[in-house]
Design a protein around this ligand. Structure first.
Ligand code: PMP
Length: 352
């Protein structure tokens, strides 16, 4: 609270980002970063951009990047929007589509930025409970609403909603924008981008922070029909007409073009996820079925907060949410083979 803040700012409840520790030598499995580096072609493209070119403003429309995304997804460039991380793309979407004077529906266990944006943009949040298996039930998304948003796969559960269920939600809500937040879709799910041509109310949001290992670059995107993209552009051009710098545009475009490296690293993460899951099951954990680059697991007898603390004492950090219904779970990002082995060894020690 401050006498200088407006009542609006006094009442904001901001997002608390996952911890980014300053110490090195940590096994860092807490914020779902990719353990493998970005494509070498993306690094080369960024390096080439850093020189005299930095005198010049970047392209405000980020055409080079939009074209690379359009090519990858085989959609028209007019269906692509890009921004400074998917957090920014999501913020623009909330601003553009969800300020309808009606509640926004989202799963009660999902990305904790959604209620924060509701606070920022004066939107009534209406969390919808997950079912007993921690799954999204499409039947629950039929109430009167001013929009719908959910991550697919969901976070932090990792559970995937099949495209048929996504379609059910789209069909039941033709008047609302349905935003599918696909931050983790490349680790085993089918993207709803294939539905964009059929559904004018669908907006798909993605990030380069996970499957393309560029969290530090801050690039996100949205794909939807031109009417929705134009809405996003109106907000963007009223806020920051240069959302991406020159290195980000060049690097992100090269990352999208390097399909081979992308597939290789995603496959490796998926393979490791299955190994980590097996090992956790062997240690007495229940592991929710994950289509993401992390697993969500609870132990049959040990307290999750104590396990997280015990791992931290061994310099291994995972994510613990002190939140109803999930306070016995740990969210563990998939790391390199060495990091995953350290995790399992650390847990073995705590459980023995
Ligand atoms: N959506 C979900 C579901 C996420 O977990 C994250 C990462 N924390 C984001 C969006 C934002 O990703 P970024 O801003 O790095 O693109």
């Amino acid at each position: 609270m401050s006498q200088f803040w407006s009542p609006f700012v006094n009442n904001l409840v901001p997002y608390v980002p996952g911890e980014q520790p300053k110490v090195t030598q940590l096994v860092k499995l807490n914020t779902n970063e990719n353990p493998y580096g970005p494509s070498p072609k993306a690094l080369a493209a960024m390096q080439a951009e850093i020189g005299d070119n930095l005198r010049l403003y970047p392209d405000p429309n980020c055409d080079q990047l939009k074209q690379a995304i359009a090519e990858y997804y085989q959609v028209p460039v007019s269906q692509v929007f890009v921004g400074n991380g998917s957090d920014e793309v999501l913020a623009h979407a909330f601003n553009a589509f969800f300020r309808q004077g009606k509640p926004l529906l989202f799963p009660d266990i999902s990305y904790s930025f959604y209620p924060v944006y509701c606070g920022l943009y004066g939107i009534e949040p209406k969390p919808v409970a997950l079912d007993e298996e921690f799954q999204i039930n499409p039947e629950d998304y039929r109430q009167d609403n001013g929009g719908i948003i959910f991550p697919n796969p969901n976070a932090p559960t990792g559970c995937l909603l099949p495209l048929t269920a996504v379609e059910q939600i789209l069909q039941a809500n033709p008047q609302s924008v349905v935003l599918v937040d696909e931050a983790y879709i490349d680790f085993g799910g089918d993207s709803a981008v294939s539905l964009v041509a059929q559904y004018p109310n669908l907006l798909v949001c993605q990030t380069l922070s996970k499957s393309r290992s560029l969290a530090g670059l801050r690039v996100g995107l949205a794909i939807g029909q031109p009417e929705l993209i134009e809405g996003l552009e109106r907000i963007k051009n009223s806020f920051n007409s240069y959302p991406l710098d020159r290195a980000a545009i060049a690097g992100a475009a090269a990352a999208f073009a390097d399909v081979e490296y992308f597939q290789q690293t995603c496959n490796k993460v998926i393979e490791s996820r299955e190994q980590v899951t097996e090992a956790l099951l062997g240690l007495g954990f229940e592991v929710l079925p994950s289509a993401a680059n992390f697993v969500f697991a609870r132990h049959s007898s040990q307290d999750a907060a104590a396990l997280a603390q015990g791992l931290r004492e061994q310099n291994i950090i995972v994510r613990y949410f002190n939140q109803p219904r999930i306070d016995q779970f740990l969210r563990i990002s998939i790391g390199t083979d060495t990091e995953n082995a350290a995790l399992i060894k650390g847990l073995q020690q705590l459980l023995s």
